[in-house]
Design a protein around this ligand. Structure first.
Ligand SMILES: CC(C)(COP(=O)(O)OP(=O)(O)OC[C@H]1O[C@@H](n2cnc3c(N)ncnc32)[C@H](O)[C@@H]1OP(=O)(O)O)[C@@H](O)C(=O)NCCC(=O)NCCS
Length: 149
């Protein structure tokens, strides 16, 4: 398995397929295409397995010494096998290599698999955004991981 930066149009198709399968209001192709125009800020990494070129992905913004993880998801049929843990470890290692000190993200309060994933990676709760999500309406927990380097 490898964690690599998104490189091709096929990679983007793979990311969008996971988006569609994972979220009620998936992020659009237009958003990704616009974000890919500013690679110094927008970083998208994919997890490749021997059988699947895009088994999972993670998109984050890098601003000075912080990253903000916008999206992270695994192909539904490949969940529960440690792929997200592997991807997140690779992304945080890459961020540390870039000199990043901390990582933040928002997550639905009810998203137990994601909360366990982030807790394992030493993220801690930093706040709550009331009714942040739609479809369905739900609070977001703001998580932060300090001391990446
Ligand atoms: C959240 C998500 C990325 C986890 O991916 P994954 O590859 O299944 O995660 P891992 O196998 O690395 O497991 C990570 C942790 O979640 C737990 N977990 C995985 N699936 C679970 C489930 N259905 N219920 C409860 N816990 C679960 C695992 O047990 C593991 O914790 P543990 O090792 O302490 O037991 C995946 O479920 C997903 O893509 N969900 C839809 C998109 C999403 O919600 N993304 C997060 C946005 S913030």
């Amino acid at each position: 398995m490898t964690v690599e930066r998104l490189a091709t149009a096929e990679d983007l198709d793979g990311v969008l397929a996971i988006e569609d399968a994972s979220f009620n209001n998936p992020t659009t192709r237009q958003w990704y295409e616009a974000e890919l125009q500013r690679p110094e800020v927008c970083h998208i990494y994919v997890l490749r397995t021997p059988d699947c070129p895009v088994a999972a992905f993670c998109a984050f913004w890098r601003v000075t010494d912080q990253i903000h993880i916008n999206n992270l998801a695994v192909r539904p049929e490949l969940r529960g096998q440690g792929l997200a843990s592997r991807l997140l470890a690779g992304v945080l290692a890459e961020a540390a290599r870039l000199g990043v000190a901390s990582a933040t993200l928002e997550v639905r309060r009810s998203n137990t698999p994601a909360l366990r994933l982030y807790a394992k990676a030493h993220f801690v709760e930093a706040g709550v955004r009331r009714n942040y999500y739609t479809q369905p309406v739900e609070d977001a927990l703001v998580l932060v991981r300090h001391a990446l380097g």
